[in-house]
Design a protein around this ligand. Structure first.
Ligand code: FAD
Ligand code: NA7
Length: 448
């Protein structure tokens, strides 16, 4: 009997896994039986925008953290699928920083081309995974959400691709219980126009804080105060956005900061990151990690050390996204197909330790970019994922960091070249800071 493989989640990582198997099938390989469980009614993961917040129509926590008017926060050239380029999908060169709908179209375009929908059971949530030592298999309990029925199936290997930006890290501050305005986490942020005319306090100093501060100002917030715990982002903010030290308390609607300054604010958005949350995985198999570039316990960033037939995709903090997920998926596929064998547990543990030591040496974003590029290269050299100019993407990321420092409202107007085709992106017809329309039709129309 063919071995049985479960893929959990049909976001970019899960779809990459299905695409990887399809690619091998086309090449003549015999493929195991694959079942992908996706709790949502459609594919695309976070890129599948939902207006919902809190609990969904079935009473489960909403997975989506993306919001309206979200544009790519890095150059698209650094995430391009080497086996399905932007040129192939759009049939024309497009600018380097597309809005969400455009990237959603791209991700799902490859999945449609490969016809991988047939592997996916939608509206089916995985509720529990454990390993049955006697059977030598994983027991996976799923629930079909339409009728609430559960069943347990056995699998030889399980690939977890459920993302890690959906369960908010939600600190509390003194006085929150008496604050008269709205307090929310970035996970629940959907439309910047909710804050038009308001004085907003944003807590955090990473990607979400940066982007939500900009979005809300762009769509008419009166002022945005960004409060940092460790260090300010230090970008040249437009008028109306500035950074202050950590919030110490709120007193009514007055926010007090660690440097003794105060501001009156109308609403607070906690951009305080996310938890890796796998409540559906038994204790001994569950990844526990902060949001770092090399989580412990995952050999090659993928294989669960104690039981490598359990694989995790995309669990790293991310400079690289889709192209890194692809390389991981190709690697996991080749392990499943017996093309790659894994070393002893001791060697795997030593390899993880080497990477984590190297990570500890990183002294800032440039080192981190080099680190993650080296990780991708390390996987890439063992798989037949099409080659592309990884060094060029490394250079792009560093240029992008410079661009952000030069103009945080203007970095999305820059253009980069494709590491796959060499195509140079056109400049978008409207500067991002004044472009209020994020529709695909407007984005693709009238390029200069
Ligand atoms: P996800 O996209 O989260 O997909 C996971 C899938 O698993 C979902 O469909 C979910 O429903 C499903 N799932 C979860 N649990 C279960 C379960 N128990 N049973 C069944 N199915 C389950 N990346 C970029 O490259 N560029 C950007 O501009 C960018 N912007 C971002 C903005 C925000 C606000 C956030 C939160 C992230 C952003 N990212 C961005 C990073 C993002 O993490 C990746 O692009 C990508 O979505 C990760 O893919 P994934 O498949 O790992 O996870
Ligand atoms: P990140 O990148 O994990 O950053 C989390 C931020 O939250 C970071 O600046 C933290 O500060 C801050 N944080 C965490 N806990 C606290 C407390 N208790 N008080 C104050 N500040 C805190 O998450 P993001 O949401 O920004 O980005 C996640 C993804 O979404 C990313 O991939 C993007 O593409 C979009 P620290 O610096 O540790 O002091």
């Amino acid at each position: 009997m063919a071995s049985q493989i479960a893929v959990i989640g049909a976001g970019p990582c899960g779809l990459a896994q299905l695409d990887a198997f399809e690619e091998a099938r086309r090449g003549g390989a015999e493929i195991p039986e694959i079942t992908c469980f996706e709790q949502q009614s459609d594919w695309g993961g976070l890129w599948n925008y939902t207006w919902r917040t809190g609990l969904d129509e079935h009473g489960d926590p909403v997975h989506g953290s993306m919001y309206r008017y979200l544009w790519s926060n890095g150059p698209k050239e650094c995430l391009e699928f080497a086996d399905y380029t932007f040129d192939e999908h759009f049939g024309q060169p497009i600018p380097s920083f597309p809005p969400r709908e455009v990237l959603y179209d791209y991700i799902t375009g490859r999945a449609k081309k490969n016809d991988v929908r047939r592997f996916i059971q939608f509206n089916t949530a995985v509720r529990w995974i454990s390993y049955d030592e006697q059977a030598g298999k994983f027991a996976v309990t799923v629930q079909t959400r339409d009728d609430g029925r559960t069943r347990t199936e056995q699998f030889d290997k399980v690939i977890v691709a459920t993302g890690h930006f959906s369960t908010p890290n939600m600190p509390s501050f003194e006085g929150f219980d008496r604050f008269p305005g709205r307090i929310m986490h970035s996970h629940d942020f959907r439309d910047a126009q909710e804050f038009t005319g308001q004085r907003l306090l944003v807590i955090g100093s990473s990607y979400s804080a940066e982007d939500i501060a900009l979005q809300t100002k762009k769509y008419g917030a009166q002022s945005v105060t960004v409060s940092y715990r460790t260090q300010p982002m230090g970008f040249p903010w437009p008028a109306g956005i500035d950074e202050v030290p950590l919030l110490s308390k709120v007193d009514g609607s007055t926010a007090h900061f660690a440097d003794g300054t105060t501001r009156d604010v109308d609403a607070i958005v906690l951009c305080t990151g996310y938890q890796h949350s796998f409540r559906f995985i038994s204790d001994e198999l569950r990844l526990r990690t902060a949001n770092v570039l090399y989580p412990g316990n995952l050999y090659k960033g993928v294989f669960w050390l104690g039981q490598p037939d359990l694989m995790y995709l995309g669990m790293q903090d991310q400079y690289y996204t889709f192209s890194m997920f692809d390389t991981q998926a190709w690697y996991a596929r080749d392990y499943v197909l017996g093309r790659i064998s894994l070393p002893s547990p001791e060697e795997m543990a030593a390899d993880i330790a080497r990477w984590r030591d190297r990570l500890a040496e990183c002294a800032g974003p440039f080192d981190e970019i080099d680190f993650q590029a080296a990780y991708v290269a390390d996987l890439h050299k063992e798989v037949d994922y099409p080659s592309y100019d990884l060094d060029l993407t490394r250079a792009h990321f560093k240029e992008w960091e410079h661009d952000k420092t030069a103009s945080i409202t203007g970095y999305r107007d820059k253009s980069f070249s494709s590491p796959c085709t060499g195509t140079i992106a056109p400049v978008h017809h409207t500067p991002w800071w004044t472009e209020l329309d994020d529709s695909m039709a407007t984005f693709l129309g009238n390029q200069t």
